[in-house]
Unconditional design. Structure first.
Lengths: 113, 113
């Protein structure tokens, strides 16, 4: 069974801090994704990566960056956290190939004070 | 750009009744349509998916139908049970899109005992 692990379930940080959210998958998937989930807005794609060191912007990349140095690990970085980045963050992975489902982690509930 | 509209945003049914959630997609090249269920405090999990060469797919009490001409697809849950209460997300994808899914806004289903 695919396992996508996010490093923290809950995280509290202060405005202006640099925040790292980590995601690890154990199924050798090529594709990895970071989403933000807010009530009424569904799942919005922040960034995704289809290979090591490759990244592409999603729908809402402003204020975020990502890093993928190893295939199994995809990190989301909030360069200078702001209160409007308080949200639930979900990581997902999928194998390469046509039309494969994504597998999600448990999410990180991030609060910026 | 690519867009998926999902309706209704909330749905309340009595236990034993059927529930239907509808999604419309904008990109006619879309050919993969997964549905995810997210229980409170848990990760989204794939419950069923359909590819564009199929018009309908069933798995026990859940079924998905696809109308490529009208560019819409629907989730049908029969004989609903309280444990079906969750947020449901539809999504669409197309070949060569590096696994990227476009999600609908979500439907909160409440099944009353």
């Amino acid at each position: 069974d695919v396992k996508v692990t996010q490093s923290s379930r809950y995280l509290v940080k202060r405005t202006g801090e640099k925040v790292f959210l980590e995601c690890v998958q154990d199924m050798d998937h090529e594709n990895m994704f970071w989403y933000r989930q807010d009530p009424g807005l569904g799942l919005r794609l922040i960034y995704f990566s289809y290979d090591v060191k490759m990244k592409e912007k999603g729908d809402i990349p402003e204020g975020y960056s990502v890093s993928r140095e190893k295939k199994e690990r995809f990190s989301l970085i909030l360069e200078s956290a702001s209160t409007n980045q308080t949200s639930m963050y979900l990581c997902a992975s999928s194998p390469t190939g046509t039309n494969q489902p994504q597998h999600f982690g448990d999410g990180t509930r991030l609060s910026i004070l | 750009g690519e867009n998926v509209e999902q309706h209704p945003s909330t749905l309340s049914v009595q236990e034993g009744d059927s529930a239907v959630i509808k999604c419309t997609y904008s990109d006619s090249a879309s050919n993969y349509f997964p549905w995810y269920k997210q229980e409170l405090g848990k990760r989204p999990q794939l419950i069923i998916d359909i590819r564009s060469n199929v018009g309908e797919k069933k798995d026990q009490r859940i079924a998905v139908t696809l109308n490529k001409t009208a560019k819409h697809f629907s989730l049908h849950i029969t004989e609903t049970q309280p444990e079906d209460s969750a947020v449901y997300f539809c999504a669409a994808s197309k070949t060569g899109n590096t696994g990227k899914l476009i999600f609908g806004q979500g439907t909160t289903l409440q099944v009353k005992p």
